[in-house]
Design a protein around this ligand. Structure first.
Ligand code: ARG
Length: 300
């Protein structure tokens, strides 16, 4: 009987701390390779966020950029998304969204309390194109809302790694935003190829990585920025590998999308987590172990 308490605690903790899972997707049923983009399944990328801004108070919000939910109150995005409006009051984060203009019953719209732009972000080069949106309130996870895992070191990436991009951005250069969340499978393109003279000619720094296809058949585009480049490795857990950042045009041959290497910013991110989540999880452990201990002793 007492053993129950000790086995239950880690199980609950495991569920509580889990990330990168897609409860609504049957991973074993995943089809073959995707060329170009297509509509994502409902709930396919539960960490995908739509960051929306309002041009002036009272006016409607519109989609600016994507973002990734990395814990219950933090969205990681690209710094260049915050062009004009720096004040958190003019932004909102929409989580658990599928159709851009039709939130469903599990969609959560959150106010933003703080925006943190990387202090070394450079407009010309897109170096350090990362920013964090802290939500005014933590979101409750459900089948449509889950955090993605953040790697702490760069995982080995090859042509075989299964990676996807997603977003509500344009489906062609200078096109308009899509209504249904789009997804596409992408290849990780080796740095030395992407930096070749007839590709990006050295503009891709070590904090960036290229993904897509050599002929441009798969790419991200305007409106996808800030969103995830995510890969799964041996299990079906997804890790945030890149943040959609820049590129010359969209879908052009030898000019693939450039993504910020998320793992390189792990310590920057950690230092900006004024963390409610960590505190909650520690409290969680304490409460559960105390409750377990008390019950255990009362029963005995
Ligand atoms: N900067 C764009 C945005 O703000 C994303 C660019 C991605 N470009 C590309 N060719 N992959 O949404």
């Amino acid at each position: 009987m007492p053993a129950v308490y000790y086995t239950e605690i880690p199980v609950q903790l495991f569920l509580f701390l889990e990330c990168g899972r897609r409860p609504l997707v049957d991973e074993t049923a995943e089809g073959s390779r995707i060329i170009g983009g297509h509509d994502a399944q409902l709930g396919a990328w539960p960490w995908q966020v739509s960051l929306q801004a309002q041009p002036a108070p009272g006016e409607p919000f519109y989609h600016i950029c994507g973002g990734s939910l990395i814990n219950s109150n933090l969205v990681l995005t690209a710094a260049h998304c915050i062009k004009v409006n720096m004040s958190p009051e003019s932004w909102r984060a929409v989580i658990g969204l599928h159709h851009l203009y039709k939130p469903h019953s599990r969609t959560v719209i959150q106010k933003v309390s703080t925006i943190t732009i990387h202090s070394d972000f450079e407009w010309g080069t897109f170096e350090n194109d990362v920013a964090l949106f802290q939500l005014a309130k933590s979101v409750k996870y459900n089948a449509y809302i889950q955090p993605i895992c953040l790697p702490d070191t760069s995982p080995p990436l090859s042509h075989e790694t299964s990676c996807y991009i997603s977003g509500w951005g344009s489906t062609y250069e200078n096109g308009k935003a899509e209504h249904i969340l789009q997804e596409a499978q992408v290849n990780i393109i080796p740095q030395q190829i992407c930096n070749k003279f007839d590709w990006y000619a050295g503009a891709v720094s070590l904090n960036m990585l290229c993904a897509g296809t050599a002929n441009g058949s798969v790419d991200s585009c305007q409106g996808d920025s800030g969103g995830p480049l995510m890969c799964s490795f041996l299990d079906d857990t997804y890790y945030l590998i890149g943040i959609t950042s820049s590129g010359v045009g969209c879908g052009r041959p030898q000019l693939p999308g450039i993504y910020i290497r998320a793992a390189n910013y792990r310590s920057w991110i950690d230092s900006h987590v004024f963390d409610k989540t960590t505190t909650v999880s520690i409290q969680f452990v304490l409460i559960f172990s105390t409750a377990g201990w008390v019950t255990f002793h009362l029963i005995l």
